[in-house]
Ligand binder design. Structure first.
Ligand SMILES: *Cc1c(COP(=O)(O)O)cnc(C)c1O
Length: 445
């Protein structure tokens, strides 16, 4: 039996309607910016395999670091014990972070790094005898992961509706999504800030923390906002002593053109959540980084003021070794110039694409991330058609509703990207032509 069929008989896939989904594509190997199926067909991985891979697939330096670490120390309990790779990756990351973020707490995926920040923020107030502050602030359309706390602060992302009754209370600020040549951005920002001001006036002293996906809302369709807007938001909530969490699970490690999105915002948070790109996409690992002030609120002679949270694989040494190798690759000047080249190539190709395809709207670029909308309305059939056309053209792309986005690994060359955009243009043209034909035929009936 074929691998895809054996899979279909036994596996339940993530984020998938199993009844209607196509058979999964069996991937045999991967190298650089490509993954290869059983028939050796190559797919250019334009989504970095769910946004995790930053240096290309099967990178020999990360693979070597993993092998060497596994031969020496594969895992040890992290309560009461420590090891070189854990301390080293934190020391390295500290050099890239603002001076205020100095305390590192490990876990193993993006959702838990968020869950930890939410719990720490809540207990920070609790430890000081303040049980009033139990509300959270978030943005409409934010996605923070699939565990219960992360779902509560991402309730308006559209992914979690069956669980609404289980969520804790969150106040949602409108998200002023913007794009190239957007005339209305200031108006949208003003009305979002007005909603925030009202929340703060009414509930300011009852809010524990604000959480945001800084600059880019990933899962909602790479929706972007301006850094000056977030600066205003953070300044306002700080006035009410509300803690601030930046979920940089997707935006971290160079995605937005700077090492972290917060580098462009100019005001720093009390917590930052990191995962996805941290190991170059090789192994699960996450960090929640916070300030000395938050850390000290948990120091006490009483056990119940400790942060009683752990995961079995906390600070797994092999994952930490992969993160160190990935960090070294990220610091190379070649990687930095590759990232800048990707941004430039996105900008040039999007402006061409807008001229050739009339049904493209709201194009936007933030660092190595590019996105645009196809026509105005959400259309499930269009989404499915796009996905399968792209795959048959050898492009690994997963449009979200009618948003097409690219978030390639930094190993992707300008030539590869140019070729990908040319294929995208031809797929869009074919689909538009077919759509026109079918609507003409409908008119005739
Ligand atoms: C993917 C993502 C998460 C969740 O990370 P997982 O590792 O999938 O649990 C959280 N926040 C953001 C912004 C993400 O993009």
């Amino acid at each position: 039996m074929q691998l895809s069929q054996r899979d279909k008989a036994i596996i339940w896939h993530p984020l998938t309607q199993e009844k209607t989904a196509d058979l999964p594509i069996a991937i045999k190997k991967a190298k650089g910016s490509y993954v290869y199926d059983e028939k050796d067909k190559a797919y250019l991985d334009l989504i970095s395999s769910w946004w995790v891979n930053i240096h290309g697939h099967a990178h020999p330096e990360i693979a070597k670091a993993i092998y060497e670490q596994a031969m020496n120390l594969e895992h040890v309990i992290f309560a009461g014990f420590t090891h070189e790779p854990a301390v080293q990756i934190c020391e390295l990351l500290k050099t890239l972070l603002p001076e205020s973020l100095t305390r590192f707490f490990f876990s193993d995926n993006g959702s838990t790094s968020v869950e930890i920040a939410l719990k720490m923020a809540y207990q920070y107030w609790f430890n000081q005898g303040n049980e009033e502050r139990k509300l959270f602030l978030s943005f409409e359309g934010d996605y923070h992961g699939d565990t219960l706390g992360a779902m509560s602060v991402g309730a308006e992302s559209g992914f979690h509706d069956p669980f609404r009754n289980l969520f804790f209370e969150v106040l949602n600020i409108p998200f002023p999504a913007t794009w190239d040549n957007d005339e209305w951005v200031e108006k949208k920002e003003e009305s979002a800030l007005a909603v925030l001001d009202e929340y703060l006036e009414k509930h300011g002293s009852r809010i524990a923390a604000l959480i945001t996906e800084p600059l880019v809302q990933g899962a909602k369709g790479m929706r972007m906002c301006r850094p000056e807007f977030l600066r205003k938001v953070v300044e306002r909530v700080r006035h009410y002593h509300i803690l601030v969490i930046y979920d940089e699970v997707m935006t971290g490690f160079g995605r937005t053109g700077t090492t972290f999105a917060m580098d462009q915002i100019g005001v720093y948070p009390d917590f930052i959540c990191l995962s996805k790109g941290i190991t170059g996409g090789f192994l699960p690992l996450a960090l929640t980084v916070t300030t000395q002030k938050v850390y000290e609120a948990f120091l006490s002679d009483h056990w119940h003021q400790a942060f009683a949270h752990s995961h079995s694989y906390t600070a797994n040494p092999i994952a930490c070794a992969a993160a160190i190798a990935s960090f070294k690759l990220l610091s190379k000047p070649e990687t930095q110039s590759a990232m800048a080249a990707i941004q430039q190539t996105h900008i040039e190709n999007l402006s061409c694409l807008k001229n050739t395809c009339k049904n493209i709207q709201c194009s936007r670029v933030q660092g190595t991330i590019a996105a645009f909308e196809v026509e105005g309305q959400y259309d499930f059939n269009l989404n499915q058609a796009l996905k399968s056309r792209f795959l048959s053209e050898g492009l690994l792309l997963r449009p979200l509703s009618n948003t097409i986005y690219l978030i390639p690994p930094y190993s992707t060359t300008s030539l590869e990207l140019d070729a990908a955009y040319a294929k995208i243009a031809s797929v869009l043209e074919t689909l538009t032509r077919q759509k026109q034909v079918s609507s003409i035929m409908l008119d005739m009936v």
